[in-house]
Structure formats: structure tokens, C-alpha cells
Design a protein around this ligand. Sequence first.
Ligand code: GCV
Length: 663
Amino acid sequence: MEFEQAWLDYTKKASCKGSEDIKYICVKTRGEEQDELIKNGILELQRAFAGILGIELTVCQNLGEGHGICLTLTEGIQTEAYHVYENKGEITIEASDSKGILYGAFELIRQVRIGNPLGGLDLFKAPKMPMRMLNHWDNMDGSIERGYSGESFFFKQDRILVDERTVTYARLTASVGINAVVINNVNVKDAATWLITERYLDKVKELSDIFAGYGIKLYMSLNYAAPIELGELDSADPLSEDVRGWWKRQMELVFNRVPNLGGFLIKADSEGRPGPFTYGRTHADGANMLAEAAAPYGGKIIWRCFVYNCQQDWRDYKTDRARSGYDNFKGLDGEFLDNVILQIKNGPMDFQVREPVHPLFGGMTQTNQMLEVQIAQEYTGQQRHLCYLIPMFKEVLKFRTYVQEQDDTVEDIVSGRTFGQHNCGMAAVANTGDDANWTGHDMAAANWYGFGRLAFEPELSAEEIAKEWIRLTFGIDKQVEETLLFMLMTSWKAYEEYTSPLGIGWMVNPNYHYGPSVDGYEYSRWGTYHRADHMGIGVDRSREGTGYALLYNEPNASVYDDKEKCPDELLLFFHHIPYTWKLKSGKTVIQHIYDTHFDGVDMVDEMVERFMKLEGILPQKPYLRMVERFTHQKEHAREWRDQINAYFYRKSGISDEKGREIY
Ligand code: GCV
């Protein structure tokens, strides 16, 4: 399958002040051999300078008189960090390790391409989060769970693919500082269970070697019941000596064959996947068994907290899916080994357009934690609607958990500042596939780009990241930049306005999660209800209801528990409210629903109208691809508006104050 270069397309010419005299590139090591990362850094710079500036960089021993770029391995700089600076026309990329050199090379290329002059360049950057990871939900038959941009480029018909696309994927991923990738779906079934066996290890190694050349550790998702499903034992009890011995032998095999392996990601006792509960054991028992087996090889065990009862009766008002992550893991705080990291979704439900931050952040104090977000847009338009998610991720990172007086935000926790941890970071469920443009919607690539940039430098604003992505992808053009920036920055808000209101979430078609269906999940077993009747809507999660609001540290608990204080955008998540209730905005709940749904559609119309003016300015292929998506988004936003408005008009019997058309 043909593929494009996304934000690493070096065919677009540009000029860059200060680059005119650059001709050479040299490397100064501390005596060590140049490794693949440095070689790839040189190659990338040569390729970029040739493509963008028409400069052929010649490798030399010393720069001497000539102007050039010097890659210098030095001491005293944090791992993965880099210093890129100009002095008398010479550009130095300095780092303590070759990964820092590679990141510095990508930084220099970015500076050139976004149009910054090289004179006076002086950037020192160190990643804030130790782990910056992508989780692919790719299955070995080539399908992708919640994949919206084609088939897998890692797997096809139970085979592992390694080709040119793999290398380009690794370059794109490394260029934004991502340093870990899980290649297979967390729902590990069938052939994927065999990934840790001789059947696949040669190919896994090949893939991991390519990744290693770009500073990326390869991870795999594990089947907790592998000892049984591979036909070797009849139990997966984490306290059984046989089972523990089996995992030790298996880890020895895998890590010896794939030395660059980072470790494993595990979904256990969740949505039908096996886990330690079957044996009456805890998640700490399960995770620690694997961690002990992986520890001699430096392996990490990333254990997901997405554990809940997916067999709920909708009549049951006491069970609350939102509580389940907290209830299952809070009591285990401090029991996990140091190479275990708990991976926690940003909210307590499942990647809805608006959720409160997961209460385990700030709830646990002695456990390594990692934030899981989703750029695959499962519930936010499935890469057919534009929804730039970096503003949402920034809100999550900035959320104050009040776990201690200072350094208490989610960002502090997952950067390791709060508890001095080093096994922590941020993971995103990936949005790539084998579509030519990688992400189905061309603009969905901004989420992939943005996730990496944000995890590396969380202090960057969503606008700054968006601007970088626009310039790198489409070149420097004022109209293009203004238009696409407006669209990206409007898109999350617009999506929230025309879909489910005030933090209640869901209202989608069951199974495939696309399109409006207000009662789609209302009478199902998944624990995702809006509880609307003719008087009001919302789930009572206050102390009188499920008590979920009280899981937060103060003052958050009191704010969420009280409908007068609870922020409007989360009101229906925490409270059951009459339609006539006045929000802080001064509107009633029902009028808010009508207004936001009309406004959301207007916002989409404006985005699309502005986009259409880029005809003839943007390259034709991506322009036409996007026109198709935006045409659909316009129509689909109307469908959302009309279904939601009609449903609540009929339930409440209250007319729109503005007399607009409601079906
Ligand atoms: C990979 C949601 C999705 C599932 C996904 C699950 C998870 O329920 O719909 O497809 O499974 O989350 O995060 O494990």
C-alpha cells in the first residue's frame, strides 16, 4: 500500500536564514562507536536538508573552516535531553546519549521547517515524562479494534509485517519524542497469544531492532491466560509455583531473543478477558507475578485499571461503573513491585468527549501511574469528524488532584514530580492504519503529532502544537495556518456541543459507537446510563447517590458533590437534574441542550466554510480527502442535533425559547 510522509514530507522547499553556508556534518563521540540512533540522526538531517533546502550535507571528521552541524556526545545532560545551538554559524546538537542526539536532529529539522532562523538558535529540551507511549489495538489478522484508518501495518493474516512503512512509522513516531510502542491489541486472542513464543520471536526482534534505531522500545500486550491457552498448564493462578515458573521461563525466552523489548501491557479481568479474579487473587498478585519474571531483564509490566462489571442491570442504581477502577485498585496502593505501572484512562468511564479526571490520580500515592488517553477518537467522531484532542489532554494534565499541597496535578504525578517515581508517563491509543495518509482524516494526524509533543513538552500550548503541525504538514502560508488553526482549536468544543450534553456521555449506537442513539446504551449491561425521564436527566453520583463524587480529595469532592458548585460541563455526570434547573450560565438545562446543539452545528458550518476557501491552496489530494470528511461531518452533526433535540423536547415537553425547528 502506498503511504505518505505526513509531517516529515521533505519535498516542500523552504528557505531558512542562517542555513546558507551549511555544508558539513560531523560527529564527536566520547570514543564510542556511532550507533544506529546517531546514524539515523545523520541520515534524517541529510535527507531533510537536501529535500527542503537543497543542501547536500557531507559527513566529515571535523568541521574546521566549513560551516556545518556537529553532533556531540557529552556528559552532564539528562538522558534523552538535547541542546541545539548556533555559534558563529556552526550548529551543535549536544546530548549525553544518542537518543538525545536523534531528538535534537528532529528538533533542528523542525526549526528549519517552521521557518525559524538558525542565527541565535539556543534550545535546551528535556522530556517531562519518562514514558511516552503509543498503544496500538492491532489484531494479527490485520484488523484494528476501534481503528478508523485502514488495516494494520504491523500484522496481516497472522504474520508480522516489516517493511519500508515500518521505518517511516518509526521515524514519525520518534520525531515527536515517543519512546515506547505496544504493537498489538490489549484484547489478546488467537494468534496474538503466540507472540511470546518461537513462532513469532524472530519477526518481533526484527521489528524491535528497527524501533531501537529510533529510540523506541517495543512492547507487547499479553494474554493473562497464556499458560492455559498455549496448552501448557491448566491454571493461570498467580500464586501457583507452576504458573510462576512458567512465566519465568517464558520471559527468559522472550527477553533473550528480543533484548530491546520494553515489557508488556495487560488488560485483565475486564470485558471478558482473563485475570487473577478467576483464582480469587488480586490484581497486585497478577501484576507482581509477571513483574518478578520480567525484572531480571529490565522489563516493565503495564497493568490497566480499566476493570469494571460489564454485566450490570440498568435497574441497579447503586452499582456505578465510574467507581470501579478506584474500588478495584485503591486498596492495592503500595502493593505493586517497582517495575509495575498502573495505566489509568483519563476519565472513569471510557474516552467520552467530556469526563471528570479519573479519581485514581491523587487517590494512589505509592504506585507507579501512567495516564491513558485515546487519539483513535472512538467516541469523538472516529476520525471522520475533526476533533483535535490536545486541548482536552491539557485540561486533564492541569487538573489539580490535591494529593499534596504542591506538585499535585495529573501532569506532576505522571511526570514523576509528585512521588519521585521514574516508571510513569503517558500512553495514547493510536489512530494509525495503512491508509495512505496514516490517519484516515488528514487532520487527525495532528492528534498523533500533538500527543507526542505534549508528552515530551507538556508546557507547550495546544495552539503552539497545532501551528507546528500545520507548518510541518502544509508549509508556511498565512491563510492555511489561520484557517486550520481555527478549525483545530474549535473542533473539540464543537463536537461536545452537538453530541451528548453536560458530561453525561454515550448516547451512541451500541457496539460500533458511532452516531447518535440517545437510548443506545440505556437499557444495556454496560453501566453507561443517562437516566433521563420526563422530569430530568443525569446520574446521581453525589453522597446520596453512588457516592462517586466523594472519591476525590478535597476540595474536589465537595465541589462535585454539590449541584450548586459542580461545574456546568460535568453537571449531568454527577447529578440528576430537572430540565428546568438553572445552570451557572443562566440558562436552563433544557435550553442549554437546545442552544448548544444549534451552536455546535453552526460551528461546524463555519469551520467547513473556511476550509472550502483553501481550494487550490492546499495540495489537491488531501484537500479532496478532507472535503469528503467535512461534507459528512456537516450532515452528521445535523443528525446529532436533531436526534438529541427531538428526544429531549419530547421527554420534557418544553419548547425551545427561540422557536427553532425541532423535529
Ligand atoms: C480494546 C472500550 C472499547 C473496547 C476496548 C476497551 C478497552 O470498551 O470499546 O474496544 O478494548 O475500551 O479500553 O480495553
